[in-house]
Design a protein around this ligand. Sequence first.
Ligand SMILES: [Cu+2]
Length: 125
Amino acid sequence: MQKKQAFRRVITLAAAGLMVVSQFAAAHAHLQSSSPAAQAQVAAATDALTLNFSEDIEAAFSGVTLLDAAKKPIATAKARVEASQKNRLIVGLSQPLKAGSYQVNWHVLSVDGHKTSGSYRFSVK
Ligand SMILES: [Cu+2]
């Protein structure tokens, strides 16, 4: 029965470990909303992309790449974090976007030191 007890202990520890891991996972910066929103079709071109995350982020290690329909990168200002809301990344656009579809590839470092990344699309009418 010694063996069975040891096995049970291993299972308990593994379960506890998973709980710790998932708690950290919950603290990662996940994209919660954006403007233009994912899948949105916006009528007028905006002058900036705004991305709202679930955690505060570090501007120096966070940014986006904006691609047009041909996957060509579009020049943007350097991403900055809003001073009063540190979970918000703002990327200024040097000129209004033309009609077409766009892809935003984002990567952020949250203040807890974890990196996350993702992408979404929107289009301009
Ligand atoms: Cu994290």
